[in-house]
Write a protein that binds this ligand. Sequence first.
Ligand code: CDT
Length: 315
Amino acid sequence: MRTLRIAAAQLGPIARDEPRSEVVARLIDLLHGAAEAGCQLVVFPELALTTFFPRWHLDDGEGDEITGDLTELDSYYETSMPNAVTQPLFDEAQRLGVGFSLGYAEMTSDGRRFNTTILVERDGSVVGHYRKVHIPGHETHEPEREFQHLERRYFEESQEGFGVYSAFGGVVGMATCNDRRWPETYRVMGLQGVELIMIGYNTPIYYAPDPGQNLLQGFHNHLVMQAGAYQNGTWVVGVAKGGTEEGVESLAQSAIIAPSGQIAAQAVTTGDELVIATCDLDWCKQYKETLFDFDRYRRPEMYGLITSRKGAISP
Ligand code: CDT
């Protein structure tokens, strides 16, 4: 058995004016709880340091260009990690010997904006980072919406793809929110032997393009992550920033999912909460070496369209 005790550190809402230092104090509280419960790894959500700012049109531009007063918009991005405000989290995690993943808005030194997650080992070393691949929502202000989902305005699509890392005694990878809905996300990491995928999310319950899906948000959330886990023989940790944030209700339902596709542990609140499971990474082999023995059963020569074609073309 290669067991790893993991905490999905679900967050409740973060207010628009909540100082980063207060958010970091909440993260440290969760870290302490996880350490007391014997966890070696804590998974924090997507954009875990700020409110979900893509719900507002924050610049003056109406077209694709981000223009005008960017004071508030730019204030949501981190230009380095760790930095002065997050250093206490890094220090405390290292002192406790607990690793973590943390989602945040990244502004690179050349001004590029990514929805990023960093992975830090138990000794405080940075294992790697992941920049979100599937960016949902819209590019321009849509004033008819009750609230915006301007991720496609505020974040660039990563060209780096889905890497995996040897860390925490296994093969681990990351994905972010909307990525979890796409089977390619899991399969690309599955083909690199992934045993644990960490996924942070902010999922508004109200889906403006088709409100009929609102009631199914919880079902779809677990459906995709359970399928991704089972079909690739991997653990999946899905962790929300949930609850009603600035008037917008977001899905909670954080869960730790086994390679069987079963939910091993699940959140019962919509606020700050630790969801904990002891995960045997060797369990992955039961699926990777049987039904989902890729080397034996996959037919990649039959799947060419997956990479050669983007949108569907009907006959
Ligand atoms: N943050 C994020 O990716 N949220 C999306 C909302 C989709 S609707 C624009 C999600 O897939 O949950």
